[in-house]
Design a protein around this ligand. Sequence first.
Ligand SMILES: NC(=O)c1ccc[n+]([C@@H]2O[C@H](COP(=O)([O-])OP(=O)(O)OC[C@H]3O[C@@H](n4cnc5c(N)ncnc54)[C@H](OP(=O)(O)O)[C@@H]3O)[C@@H](O)[C@H]2O)c1
Length: 289
Amino acid sequence: MKNTLINLVTNSAKHSKNQLFSAIQPARYLKGLNKQQVGRGKTILITGASSGLGEGMAKIFAKLGYNLAICARRTDRLENLKAKLLAQYPDIRVEYRVLDVSDYDAIFTVFDAFAADFGHIDRMVVNAGIGDSRRIGKGRFDTNRRTVEINFVSALAQCEAAMNIFRAQNSGHLVVISSMSAMRGLPKHLTAYGASKAGLAHLAEGIRADMLLTNLPIQVSTIYPGYVRTEINENAKPLPFEVDAETGTTAIVAAIETRVNEACVPSLPWSIVGQAMKHLPLQVVNKIS
Ligand SMILES: NC(=O)c1ccc[n+]([C@@H]2O[C@H](COP(=O)([O-])OP(=O)(O)OC[C@H]3O[C@@H](n4cnc5c(N)ncnc54)[C@H](OP(=O)(O)O)[C@@H]3O)[C@@H](O)[C@H]2O)c1
């Protein structure tokens, strides 16, 4: 009993130290993991891997030695990514499948096919998403509904499909890519988008709570990225605290590797901004949206 307690405290202190290091120095943290090739023999499934954060995460995970199961609608991009990764890291395995996440049945079919193909999936990243929402009450219900369906209902289907597999394996790491816009209700084009990402964050927290209740060894991480310049915002004017895709994905992968429950990324300034967003009056929050 005493030894178990000591192990628990030591492991939890080591865990917190890793999370702090990965948040403050994500590139250095990943360099260490790269040396260890922590992904060797393990497989990660990523949705929305044809561009932006999904593509960036795939590149970094490949460098860490992981096998990859990648999907999206634009298979020409996935084919190119696969070719590039295999040329650079010939020891890993990369497979891709076409997936439109608005086809809920296809999500289950594709995830199950990857699981059968690789035999075991260690981590699944629910990343596919769109950012095209509009002011409420301006006649754009079609656009807002589409955003909520892709970012929330399709993400729910991905979580269901992933958890089916993890429960059967009795192991796994579910990662959802939410957004800093989930922290508060936001105005203008961010209202429906932010609500979809807040829904996703709550969904992930609920699954995490369920894993605690049932004592299953499955971790759930919710990542809240700040502004990262990708195709989702390619025509936007300069955004508050924005970073390029490489900086953004480095911070995301470093957070994921610690199996953190929740992380705002890049940690600086977003973990501080996130706390402020939760407590400041809406008029002030409006200024950073
Ligand atoms: N960039 C940011 O500032 C930021 C901040 C916070 C959160 N996020 C979140 O990060 C995730 C990735 O976004 P990103 O910045 O990398 O944008 P992106 O470059 O536009 O990538 C979006 C990805 O989602 C996929 N996707 C979109 N609709 C899909 C559908 N119906 N079926 C299957 N895949 C679909 C796209 O693939 P195909 O088009 O090939 O299908 C693409 O690979 C999104 O969930 C986004 O909300 C981004």
